[in-house]
Design a protein around this ligand. Structure first.
Ligand code: ADP
Length: 502
């Protein structure tokens, strides 16, 4: 990868196809959360001037890119997928070093970008519009999808390549140009992705990356008058700020935010399967997924057995550096994140929930320089407790007893969030009843709350989203706008609603 300095460890912003330093001269370090002595790179701490340059470059590039036929744009996305496939392991390793999750998961993250690329490249030859009869004779009516313009994208750190790919590939195939900001602590994976896209032939100015801190870059980007659409993934608090800011200038705005995702386990469930799902859903990515299973609502007949076995299995998970293939749980992403998670453990204890395993920082010898937290299980949690209501974003799961499916659904829906949900049962009637009743954008039956596939719409209700969807047709709807066309070939004035020919 080209860098702005001779040291391979200093990265510029990527603006108009060039590596550009922050005009302030400020930079930030990118360190490994499994061992904070390891420095992965120095990244620009940018601000307004770099955002302005990037948006202007994207605006200029839009004129040409939006006119490239969509199937040609798609070919570049296909070439990107091929490069990502070739470098999957290398990029996965960078990602594990950058944000901590274990290799099998970071390989999955790169794979998600590859899948997204192939899916949206297919749209280059579809992107269907519609035709419909006119109410008047000799008149033709149709709608086609057009690009929106310059898109601003603000990304979180938990899926540092997959989430940018969800935003960039549909936006590009539809003919938009982009300015994208990674989370301040995971810029490398986005640089890897954009490097692959550039190598595949994405022209200068079509994708621009500006690295830096929250409002110093993000806020300027969302307020820029040339930005026509903003796609954000992150916390509900920041989503609210961005939504408000976009509405002032009537920008299209998609918000993917937090979750407090419930898994319901009924008495008739395959308990082993539910336990496997609970471990994966709660502790995969060290619990740092917006769809993580953070509440498990268990029917009383199996509650005791389920809680005992979950605690026992959680304690057998291997904690350590995610580069070690035998490790199950890597570190959380940063010191701040670790402190937040441990603070929630303290809150849970004070609220009177029963801590049955974990709850501590894990800092034995080789983990002493990282931010590891033991997988943590609280039982006998009351639905009103903060640990049952607030997103923790760490390896902490709350178990709540319930009497019936109705009771479970009431508990499941009794939070401000509505992203993902899951139910374990062998009863098809109860499963279908629950699918309809669960107030969430995603429902899994006999699988945990995580595991989205890229060709289906992804997103939540209530404070988890604002009605848009990523993935599948949802993304295309966001990154295109309809042009409605009427072609009158009657050679006379025809008035809709007024002239009503036989
Ligand atoms: P997380 O807790 O996962 O980091 P945040 O919502 O704090 O979630 O951050 C998600 C992304 O939003 C990051 O890229 C961050 O820099 C950016 N961000 C934070 N605050 C703002 C803001 N006021 N305006 C625009 N972007 C922001």
């Amino acid at each position: 990868m080209t860098t702005i300095a001779s040291s391979m460890k200093t990265y510029g912003n990527f603006i108009d196809g060039k590596w550009v330093p922050a005009s302030s001269g400020n930079t930030s370090e990118n360190r490994n959360p499994a061992d904070n002595r390891e420095l992965l790179g120095i990244f620009q701490r940018s601000a307004g001037p770099e955002v302005n340059l990037a948006v202007e470059a994207a605006d200029a590039a839009f004129q040409k890119w939006s006119r490239v036929p969509a199937p040609r744009r798609a070919e570049i996305i296909i070439r990107t997928a091929a490069i990502l496939e070739e470098r999957k392991d290398e990029y996965a390793r960078d990602m594990t070093r950058e944000m901590g999750k274990v290799l099998k998961e970071t390989r999955g993250d790169v794979q998600e970008a590859i899948d997204t690329a192939y899916y949206f490249a297919g749209e280059g030859r579809r992107m269907f519009g519609l035709t419909t009869p006119s109410e008047l004779p000799n008149k033709f009516a149709l709608c086609s999808r057009e690009p929106v313009g310059v898109c601003g994208m603000i990304c979180p750190w938990n899926f540092p390549m997959a989430i940018p790919s969800w935003k960039l590939f549909p936006a590009l195939v539809a003919g938009n140009t982009c300015v994208i900001k990674p989370a301040e602590i995971t810029p490398l994976s986005l640089m890897n992705l954009v490097g692959a896209m550039t190598e595949a032939g994405v022209p200068p100015g079509v994708v621009n990356v500006v690295t830096g801190h929250a409002h110093e870059v993000g806020a300027v980007l969302t307020q820029h008058p040339l930005v026509r659409a903003v796609s954000f993934t992150g916390s509900t608090e920041v989503g609210r700020i961005i939504g408000e800011s976009c509405s002032r200038s009537f920008k299209r705005c998609a918000l993917e935010m937090g979750g407090k995702n419930p898994m319901i386990v009924l008495d008739d469930a395959n308990l082993d399967l539910a336990l496997d799902g609970a471990l994966w859903g709660a502790f995969g990515t060290a619990g740092q997924r917006c769809t993580a299973t953070s509440r498990i609502i268990v029917q009383k007949g199996v509650y005791k057995r389920f809680t005992e076995e979950l605690a026992q299995r959680a304690q057998t998970l291997r904690i350590g550096n995610g580069l070690d293939e035998s490790v199950d749980i890597g570190p959380v992403v940063s010191k701040t994140q670790m402190e937040t998670v441990l603070h929630y453990v303290e809150i849970g204890r004070r609220e009177g929930a029963r801590l049955v395993c974990g709850g501590e920082r894990f800092d034995t010898a080789e983990c002493g320089h990282g931010y590891f937290v033991e997988p943590t299980v609280f039982t006998d949690v009351d639905p009103k407790m903060r640990i049952a209501q607030e997103e923790i974003f760490g390896p902490v799961v709350a178990l709540l007893p319930c009497n019936s499916l109705e009771d479970a659904i009431q508990i499941a829906n009794g939070v401000n969030y509505g992203l993902s949900s899951a139910l374990y049962t062998r009863d098809i009637n109860r499963a279908l009843e629950a699918i309809a009743a669960l107030d969430a954008g995603i429902a899994y039956i006999n699988a945990p709350t995580i595991g989205a596939e890229v060709h289906l719409p992804f997103g939540g209700v209530k404070q988890s989203g604002n009605g848009h969807r990523e993935g599948g047709v949802g993304a295309l709807d966001f990154y295109t706008q309809w042009k409605t066309v009427y072609i009158d070939y009657s050679d006379r004035l025809q008035r809709a609603q007024i002239d009503r020919p036989e």
